[in-house]
Design a binder for this molecule. Sequence first.
Ligand code: PLP
Length: 392
Amino acid sequence: MNNRQLFQQHVAQTSPAPVGIEIVKAEGNYLYDVDGNRYLDLIGGISVCNIGHRHPAVVQAINDQADAYLHVMVYGELVQSPQVKYAELLAGHLPASLDCVYFTNSGAEATEGALKLARRATGRTEVICCNNSYHGNTMGALSVMGDEYWRNAFRPLLPGVGHYDYNSMELLAAINEQTACVIIETVQGEAGVIEPDTNWIQQLRNKCTATGALLIFDEIQCGFGRTGKLWGFEHYGVVPDVVLLGKALGGGMPLGAFIASHELMQVFTNNPVLGHITTFGGHPVCCAAGMAGLKALLDEQMTDGVADKEKLFHSLLIHPAIKAVRSKGLLMAVQLQSAEMVMHALQRCMAKGLFSDWFLFAPDCIRIAPPLTITHDEIRHACEILIASLDT
Ligand code: PLP
């Protein structure tokens, strides 16, 4: 059997139609397959590779840390400098109230940790979240996912969870003294890129403060410069009680985090002690890689060009088949007439060396979330292919 057949046979499959190209290398803004094809990566591993693939500083940090130590002990017992230094760097680039980092292995685990933190800190059990939201696929995260099609087969889920429309007054009205937390994506990703109304998100902050509910912003997809600012919430003048990070956090390695105040996070150290446990969370190699990645993002000022690149995409994505282009920075959704058209266009793009994808709750949209390092020439080239893929 060749690798493609082995992939189908021995690697658990969840997609009825996986992309299935065999990757041999990824570098900068490109993927390379076993047949010698090169693909311009328009989705950056779904918002992971914000600084491009295999940034030299990240590769160096991984090698250096591998030379020193790999896993040594479960989370939170030994002082491991990659964790400590990365937590310090993150805290230094977040509002002062978000100064204590709990590192996890993934975004979903960050969601789980934050939900536990909210229950433990408030003594309440009710959770408010949004329709069309995505926070991960573990049971707690699935419970706060906003789509019945994906939730229903896995019931019973967490009790006490209410789903409301993003940007709706109903959501604000539902928050009360029984609410442990409200969890939202700062900018909704899988919904097909939906921004919060500034007024709404500010009212949300006020209502949470007034009722003592924790406000959790999921920045797993929209953080790390994706929207043109380091954190999505910087656009709206609000600060959450807990922020969730993942994806680009690890510079290409698996890493997640939930971040809150030192005071809030202390609830995990008593009654019960070890209130949240992980073996691998904050793995030293992942933290070293992530820190090198964040430094590269900052030093090379990668967020600075995002707004201009977003504008360039908008100026080029004009075609009768395009119903709308929604974006916040380089998190973009190109809405077509139907999901079938999207699938057809994606296949044609792939054949021309352009790699893209659709959205979980917006299958009629093409996803654009390239490395922030994509150049203006590459944007022009990508849009030429994309537009041609829409012609019949
Ligand atoms: N939250 C958001 C907004 C996401 O986009 C994702 C993943 O796509 C997650 C959480 C879950 O992260 P992970 O797949 O690392 O568990």
